[in-house]
Design a protein. Structure first.
Length: 186
């Protein structure tokens, strides 16, 4: 089974829960053109009318459907290229957007606001293991799981909060293996 098919089977294992992607416009050439052409359900995570040029590099929340043209494109061309991260949540797109917007800014000790690009898998996979149980619980909120590419694109990372602790699992995209390497956050 090819990587995109294996990834699709992982993302849509549980058909009863919503599958979403947070995509980084700064990392995806022509993302807006692809969204407009394929017409999946999506929302920009930034609020209001954006300054000229910002809409091209903004993060977008997209509801993924297993047989949709956009999903096929994303899984075939995005994996291993840090296009974004995936998640499972049993809420509406609008409610999920509202929750995800809370994580877009972080503040320095001097109270300066900075954009936090947690939707880049290179950031998420480093950030989540450093969170306390309380921080992980607040960050996940409405979200059941986050999934993203590992440094090794033949592996998928799976993060969830279970019994008050962050759990990280790894799954190979090269075979039919089960989840492995269960780790618990601090």
């Amino acid at each position: 089974m090819e990587t995109s098919q294996r990834l699709k089977s992982i993302l849509f294992e549980d058909a009863s829960i919503g599958t979403y992607a947070i995509l980084d416009g700064a990392s995806i050439p022509d993302l807006l053109d692809q969204l407009e052409a394929d017409r999946p359900e999506y929302l920009c995570l930034y609020r209001g009318e954006l300054k000229e040029g910002l809409e091209v590099v903004a993060p977008y929340l997209v509801r993924l459907e297993p047989h949709h043209t956009f999903t096929r494109w994303l899984l075939a061309f995005g994996w291993g290229r840090h296009f974004g991260v995936f998640l499972h949540a049993d809420v509406s797109l609008a409610a999920l957007r509202l929750h995800l917007r809370r994580g877009l800014r972080v503040y320095t000790e001097d109270r300066d606001a900075l954009y936090f690009r947690y939707y880049d898998p290179r950031v998420l996979r480093v950030f989540l293991p450093t969170t306390t149980p309380e921080e992980a619980g607040a960050f996940f909120g409405l979200i059941g799981t986050f999934l993203c590419e590992s440094e090794d694109p033949t592996k998928c990372l799976h993060f969830a909060v279970r019994n008050g602790a962050l759990r990280q699992q790894v799954r190979s995209l090269e075979g039919e293996s089960d989840w492995e390497g269960i780790e618990t956050g601090r």
